[in-house]
Design a protein around this ligand. Structure first.
Ligand SMILES: [Mg+2]
Length: 265
């Protein structure tokens, strides 16, 4: 989020699209899972090689899950709960305690590097992402709103080949307001930001939320009665809504379908 830059000069509908990033604008959740698996395997192999200690894949996976749960609990609705570097650090601390060893600092770096290099080799935009965003920019205010911190959001935006001013008007991360979706607090803080950016009043009826996550995007939209469009792709494509508030107004499989739907909502 940049201070003091206003979005103006557009002859558009007045609608503000809040687009999620992961799984919505590109494939990133399955690549994350792949990167986690490969990194856990790397840690296992290195521990066997360097320390002669064997921790099998299943045990590593359990440790990872425990670590993630702890991180989510400690940093409830806080941007830090999604911080992958922090998660790998927490996991390695756990391993050190379990094995009664001290792992070198360089190993911590290698683990993080492994994770990000696998992730970067696999994450990609959907084929229609850039073209769709360019067209949406002609009619709507396009804001990317993500639970990622700023650095991770920037990394993914770069991997998806997106440019501010060309594919989106503004990027808002959980770090900007120190809160995560689906907290209504996030939207409460977002409104004054949008109003300042657009130099006009923004109401819930101006907002359309687009995302792949039934809870973090669709149910989040419902907290202010905004329209919600579900993009059924990536890892969460198979997740069914678990309650009424997670049901979207429209479900699409390709981002380009937005161009037709948005005239109707
Ligand atoms: Mg998402």
């Amino acid at each position: 989020m940049k201070e003091g830059t206003e979005i103006s000069g557009k002859n558009h509908s007045g609608k503000v699209l809040l687009l999620d990033l992961d799984g919505t604008l590109g494939l990133s959740l399955i690549p994350e899972e792949d990167a986690i698996s490969e990194t856990l395997k790397f840690i296992s192999e290195e521990l066997a090689k360097r320390l002669g200690r064997t921790i099998d894949e299943e045990e590593m996976r359990t440790l990872y899950k425990e670590t993630k749960n702890e991180q989510y609990k400690i940093y409830h609705l806080n941007p830090k709960r999604h911080d992958k570097n922090l998660r790998w650090m927490m996991l390695l601390h756990k391993l050190e305690n379990k094995l009664g060893v001290r792992l070198p600092e360089s190993f911590y770096e290698e683990v993080k590097e492994r994770y990000w290099s696998v992730f970067e080799s696999k994450a990609e935009p959907y084929p229609d992402t850039k073209e769709t965003l360019e067209k949406l920019m002609e009619k709507f205010t396009v804001v990317i709103v993500t639970n990622n911190d700023y650095a991770e959001a920037q990394k993914k935006i770069k991997l998806f080949g997106l440019k501010e001013g060309e594919h989106y008007d503004a990027l808002v991360t959980s770090e900007d307001f120190n809160v995560c979706k689906p907290s209504p607090e996030f939207l409460k803080k977002l409104f004054p930001f949008l109003e300042q950016k657009l130099s006009r009043i923004v109401r819930p009826e101006h907002i359309v939320i687009v995302g792949d996550d039934p809870k973090n995007d669709i149910a989040w939209a419902r907290t202010i009665g905004a329209k919600a469009i579900r993009v059924k792709r990536d890892l969460l494509a198979k997740h069914d809504p678990s309650n009424e508030s997670e049901k979207a107004d429209h479900v699409i499989e390709n981002l380009s379908e937005l161009l037709k739907i948005l005239d109707k909502v």
